[in-house]
Design a protein around this ligand. Structure first.
Ligand SMILES: C[S@@+](CC[C@H](N)C(=O)[O-])C[C@H]1O[C@@H](n2cnc3c(N)ncnc32)[C@H](O)[C@@H]1O
Length: 271
C-alpha cells in the first residue's frame, strides 16, 4: 500500500555570517517560496533584509527569556516550527551562519519531522569557521584543527593536540552550566585559562576572532596573551583561536610501515 507523505515540509538553511553577501542561491530561492520563514533577529538589519525576500516572517528571538535555560527556549522554538509544518506549511528555518553548527534545535526538528513522515532537510550555509579560515589565512588541514564549544571543552575530558589549531566557540559563556547566561563572567574565563595552561604557557598568544556581521565592517582579530583572556572583551560572537604551540612531529614509525623511501621529502622533516 502506498503511504502518502503528509503535507508540510521543513528546510533548515544558513544565512551566512555577513548579512546578505553570504546567502546561497539555494537559500534565497527557498526563502522566497516558503509559506512561513522562522528566523532569529540577532541583528537590527536581518528582519528588514528577509522582509524583502518573504514577508511571512516569525521571529524566534522572543523565545529567549532572561534567566531561562536555553534548553527550554530551544524546545519552545522547535515546538513552534514543528507545529507550523504539521499544519501543512512549507517552512523555512533560517539560521545564522550554518544551521547545523553549535545549533542543536534544527537537527532535532528534522529528526522528529522525518520520524513523522514529513520531508525535512538541512542546507549548508557559511558558518563562522569558514569566515575565520578566510580572514585569518588558516588552512585547517595544514596543521590540523580541533574545535569545541567552550563549555563542552570544559565539562568533558578532552585531549589537546598543541601542534594544531584549537578553536573554542561560545567562549564568552564558557563554563555556563545553567544554560541561562548571555554575558561573559571573568571567574569562569579564569577557570578556562587555568585549564588551558595544562597544554599552553601563560604567555601563549591567542586570537579573539569576530567575523564582520555586515559587509561594511571589518573582522576583529585581537592577539593577546592567554592569561589576559579574563580581562578581554568577549562578546556573544567571539570565537577563541589558539594557534599551534609547536610544529607537528613526523611519525617515523608510520613512515617505516608505509615504506616511505629515505629520499622522500617527509624523511627530511624534523621530529
Ligand atoms: C550558537 S553558535 C552559532 C554558530 C553558527 N551556527 C555558525 O554557523 O557560525 C554561536 C557561536 O558561533 C561563533 N560565531 C558566531 N558569529 C560569529 C562571528 N561573527 N565571528 C566569529 N565567530 C562567530 C561564536 O563562537 C559564537 O559564540
Amino acid at each position: 500500500m502506498l503511504v502518502e507523505q503528509p503535507r508540510g515540509s521543513l528546510m533548515c538553511l544558513g544565512l551566512g555570517i555577513t548579512l546578505g553577501s553570504q546567502l546561497t542561491i539555494l537559500a534565497r530561492e527557498q526563502l522566497a517560496v516558503a509559506d512561513v520563514v522562522f528566523f532569529h533577529s540577532n541583528s537590527h538589519y536581518l528582519a528588514g533584509f528577509l522582509q524583502q525576500i518573504n514577508p511571512n516572517l516569525v521571529d524566534l528571538q522572543p523565545f529567549y527569556q532572561a534567566g531561562q535555560s536555553r534548553l527550554e527556549s530551544y524546545q519552545a522554538m522547535m515546538d513552534a516550527v514543528i507545529a507550523a509544518v504539521t499544519t501543512g506549511n512549507n517552512v523555512v528555518w533560517a539560521c545564522y551562519g550554518h544551521p547545523g553548527i553549535a545549533s542543536w534545535p534544527p537537527h532535532e526538528a528534522i529528526r522528529q519531522l522525518k520520524a513523522l513522515g514529513y520531508q525535512a532537510q538541512m542546507a549548508a550555509g557559511i558558518g563562522a569557521d569558514a569566515c575565520l579560515y578566510a580572514d585569518l589565512g588558516i588552512d585547517p588541514m595544514a596543521e590540523g584543527c580541533q574545535q569545541f564549544e567552550a563549555s563542552q571543552f570544559m565539562f568533558y575530558q578532552h585531549t589537546v593536540d598543541v601542534s594544531g589549531y584549537l578553536l573554542l566557540w561560545q567562549v564568552a559563556i564558557a563554563g555556563d552550566f545553567s544554560l541561562a547566561r548571555l554575558e561573559s563572567d571573568s571567574r569562569y574565563i579564569q577557570i578556562l585559562v587555568q585549564h588551558l595552561q595544562q597544554w599552553y604557557p601563560p604567555d601563549h598568544q591567542i586570537i579573539l576572532y569576530e567575523a564582520a556581521d555586515l559587509p561594511i565592517w571589518q573582522h576583529r582579530a585581537d592577539t593577546i596573551a592567554l592569561t589576559s583572556l579574563p580581562q578581554a572583551t568577549l562578546n556573544q560572537i567571539t570565537t577563541l583561536v589558539i594557534p599551534p604551540l609547536h610544529a607537528k612531529k613526523i611519525n617515523h614509525n608510520m613512515l617505516d610501515q608505509l615504506g616511505v623511501p629515505a629520499d622522500h621529502p617527509l624523511r627530511q622533516k624534523a621530529g
